[in-house]
Design a protein around this ligand. Structure first.
Ligand code: NAD
Ligand code: IPM
Ligand code: MN
Length: 356
């Protein structure tokens, strides 16, 4: 198979982990006889530095004309600590999602058995946890009208959802539930928010088309608690943009670390594959970032954008073998891990490469 992949590392550890992600894609291509060609493009802080624009037109065009995008992360402490900055790296990410119509963000929370002890949650509660989040990605408070009034002393962000937007993400989630345990939890705040009441109304309606799927509706605050209390009760979870952002960072602790969680952002055009984590200023440049989220994002890319299930499984199995062999990055090591088994970003990537 011939495919063109755009690598968009972005900022901070995005650079470090996508370099590994690209290497594993290369190895898969060689092993399975595919021809992957690559290009790269700027986004975020590095794009602002080079062009003044967090999502240069050239990057957007390259994204649109590629078969898939392997994405790193955006963000820089300079902006995090300056609330008045008008141009920000994150604007590039949000504009990319909107322009590419990436309305569905799939965030699988799968615990590798070997990492049971890496989590702060008790192993007996965690064992068997396997959740697929569908986070709506192009609506909600992220994209509504925002601004200041009263001479800047009052700020507002408008949350908005249309029936159409809720329906299409709900349908994607139901379709996925049909291929899994046929359980779907829709998360909202319908006891308070009008957008959530529309959300619940639409999900209830779509549910009628999937009578085999067992549906529950939970409020977001209760869900935050249930994820830690009993993660195994969940199968597919569908929720709005902001709730999905927060709940999946929380859920990363089910999988052991932010460095383990991959995601697929899909819509009508090019799919974008990225770890759920950010640019991680605290560890940037130290060579210790966990590259497995980027590797697992590459696995999602192979499966979802290219339909290469065997190749995708080969990557996931390689990760599994490396973890079984006892290798860890710092974030997933525990008190039992011998210091010679704690690897840096590149060395962990090499171990995965050797096991493909
Ligand atoms: P973060 O996800 O970057 O980091 C949170 C914590 O998790 C940090 O302690 C970090 O060291 C750790 N961590 C994250 N990824 C890791 C990995 N692969 N291996 C080991 N440890 C890892 O979130 P933050 O610190 O809140 O944000 C930092 C910057 O990233 C901000 O500018 C933010 O806007 C941006 N951000 C971008 C994205 C994205 O591009 N998709 C996502 C989240 C945050
Ligand atoms: C994510 C990030 C982004 C989001 C930020 C950086 C805009 O946290 O991809 O999860 O909130 O969606
Ligand atoms: Mn996030």
């Amino acid at each position: 198979m011939k495919k063109h992949i755009l690598i968009v590392p972005g900022d901070g550890i995005g650079q470090e982990v996508t370099a590994v992600g690209k290497k594993v894609l290369d190895k898969i291509a060689a092993k399975f006889g595919h021809e992957f060609t690559y290009d790269s493009a700027l986004i975020g802080h590095v794009a602002i530095e080079a062009t003044g624009n967090p999502l240069p037109e050239e990057t957007l065009q390259k994204m649109k004309s590629s078969d898939a995008v392997l994405f790193g992360a955006v963000g820089h402490p300079k902006y995090d600590n300056d609330p008045t900055a008008k141009v920000r790296p994150e604007q590039g990410l949000l504009k990319m999602r909107k322009e590419l119509g990436l309305y569905a963000n799939l965030r699988p929370i799968k615990l590798f058995d070997e990492l049971l002890s890496a989590s702060s949650i008790k192993p007996e509660i965690l064992k068997g946890a396997d959740i697929l989040f569908f986070r709506e990605l192009t609506g909600d408070i992220y994209f509504g009208e925002k601004g200041r009034k009263n001479n800047g002393d009052t700020a507002f962000d408008m949350a908005e959802y249309s029936r159409y937007e809720v329906e299409r993400i709900a349908r994607k989630a139901f379709e996925a539930a049909m291929t899994r345990k046929k359980k779907l939890c829709s998360v909202d705040k319908a006891n308070v928010l009008e957008t959530s009441r529309l959300w619940r109304e639409v999900v209830q309606k779509v549910a009628l088309e999937y009578p085999e799927v067992e549906v529950e509706h939970q409020f977001v605050d209760a869900t935050a608690m249930l994820l830690i209390k009993d993660p195994c009760r969940f199968d597919v979870v569908v929720t709005a943009n902001l709730f999905g952002d927060i709940l999946t960072d929380e859920a990363s602790q089910i999988a052991g670390s932010m460095g383990m969680l991959a995601s697929a952002s899909i819509g009508d055009g090019t799919g974008v594959y990225e770890p759920i984590h950010g640019s991680a200023h605290d560890i940037t440049g130290k060579g210790v970032a966990n590259p497995l989220a980027s590797i697992l994002s590459a696995a999602l890319l192979l499966d979802i954008s290219f339909g290469l299930k065997a190749e995708s499984d080969a990557l996931i199995n390689a990760v599994d073998k490396v973890l079984k062999a006892g290798f860890r990055t710092r974030d997933i090591a525990d008190s039992q891990t011998a210091s010679n088994m704690v690897l840096g970003t590149e060395a962990m990537g090499e171990q995965v490469l050797n096991n493909i």
